[in-house]
Design a protein around this ligand. Structure first.
Ligand code: DQA
Length: 145
């Protein structure tokens, strides 16, 4: 059974209430339950974490080697700032996909750079909560290939 680590970065615990015009009204709990349905259908196991703390995210990625086959991550604001999260993903040797609810390239200039994109297999963004579901399917396809 393929084991996937899902990491939600800072402020994603507030989905549903947070800037719904940008991020939609879907809650994190609803996203997680849709992800679990896909995982069940595709016989994969999911471990889902949310953290507002950069170091905790770095630790989660650092401890993933040997335990998980792949990582699905929305690094949220750390996408644009965190060399530490990027280095952790680069060092862990596990394939990862980056997802975003919004299209970061159509937003403020400071969001238009991802430090994460160069070290992941691919990025899926701009589809709201569906970005996560597409990301998980893509990751499982990648592992099956
Ligand atoms: C986000 C985009 C980031 O710029 C922002 O800081 C987030 C969410 C997204 O999913 O669209 O917190 O990663």
């Amino acid at each position: 059974m393929k084991k996937i680590l899902v990491i939600h970065g800072p402020n994603l615990n507030l989905l549903g209430q947070r800037e719904p015009q940008v991020y939609g009204r879907v809650t994190l709990a609803a996203i997680n339950s849709s992800l679990k349905k896909i995982a069940q259908k595709r016989k994969a196991s999911l471990t889902i974490k949310q953290s507002n703390h950069e170091g905790e995210i770095v630790d989660l990625i650092g401890r993933a080697r040997g335990k998980f086959n792949a990582i699905l991550i929305n690094p949220a604001a750390y996408t644009h700032t965190s060399v530490a999260v990027r280095d952790a993903l680069s060092a862990c040797g596990i394939p990862a996909i980056e997802v975003h609810l919004s299209n970061i390239y159509s937003r403020e200039e400071f969001r238009q750079k991802s430090l994460i994109s160069p070290v992941v297999k691919g990025s899926i963004l701009g589809f709201g909560a569906k970005s996560y579901l597409l990301g998980l399917e893509a990751l499982l396809d990648l592992l099956d290939a």
